[in-house]
Design a protein around this ligand. Structure first.
Ligand code: PGA
Length: 254
């Protein structure tokens, strides 16, 4: 079975002390992850080392960065390189979140460059895609997401693609309390897998974990995650509350 992942995206929230407390609370609550499951914590950059230390030696719990830059090193004030991440033992990074696309103008081709440098340095990108409301209303979400995949991922070969996690996040469901129904999530995840299949073949497409994101909570996670093409979630708001996030971790498919 594909790896099942509950990814927490703290975004630009919490102080260091609050972040430490949240991780401690999560660690202390009973959770039942197995070797095919993982909880990944995308924390703000200044807290990456703290999170690494807190989660060191904890089975199936990992740390992710929320972003990185496409260049190896140099005069790019304020940016984070993949070497910096590897040097502190961080091997996941969220890329192409809709907030980065919208507020920081990250384009599909810029994201392709970021994907490349991550893969060259053994960092797993959690690549976000998903349509805005007007596209959903026009019924062209499949084409919209297909273009995101095409322009950011399709230059990769199958071996490289296998190192990527995809997160489908319909923008109209992010932070709005409006979740896609489990049927809508399944429909799009199946469509994404079909698109990957047409480019890379069934065997490869079947191995890619596709997470759902957008108002996932403890109370709705199980019905979304049980869908055959949904392999977990990328969680914003509910990842800031220990009990909620642990409930989401425990809702991953076994
Ligand atoms: P949300 O955010 O869970 O608060 O809707 C999800 C995300 O942006 O990754």
């Amino acid at each position: 079975m594909r790896k099942q992942i509950a990814a927490a995206n703290w975004k630009m929230n919490l102080t260091l002390q609050q972040g430490e407390q949240l991780l401690e609370d999560i660690i202390s609550l009973p959770h039942q992850l197995n070797e095919n499951q993982e909880a990944v914590f995308a924390v703000p950059a200044p807290y990456l080392m703290m999170a690494q230390q807190k989660l060191r030696g904890k089975e199936y719990l990992s740390v992710a960065a929320q972003n990185c830059y496409s260049k190896k090193s140099g005069a790019y004030t304020g940016e984070i390189s993949v070497d910096m991440l590897s040097s502190i033992g961080v091997y996941y990074v969220v890329l192409g979140h809709s907030e980065r696309r919208e507020y920081f103008n990250e384009s599909n081709s810029f994201l392709a460059d970021k994907i490349n440098i991550c893969l060259l340095n053994n960092i797993t990108p959690i690549f976000c895609c998903g349509e805005p409301l007007e596209i959903r209303e026009a019924g062209t979400q499949n084409e919209y997401v297909a273009k995101q995949l095409q322009e950011s991922l399709y230059h990769l070969n199958a071996d490289q693609l296998l190192k990527i996690v995809i997160a489908y996040e319909p923008i109209w469901a992010i932070g709005t309390g409006k979740t896609a129904s489990s049927a809508q999530a399944q429909e799009m995840h199946a469509a994404i897998r079909k698109q990957l299949e047409s480019k890379y073949g069934k065997e490869t497409a079947e191995c890619i974990s596709i997470l759902y994101g957008g108002s996932v909570k403890g109370s709705n996670a199980a019905e979304i995650f049980v869908q055959p093409d949904v392999d977990g979630g990328l969680v914003g708001g509910a990842s800031l509350v220990a009990e909620e996030f642990v409930a989401i971790m425990n809702a991953l498919k076994k």
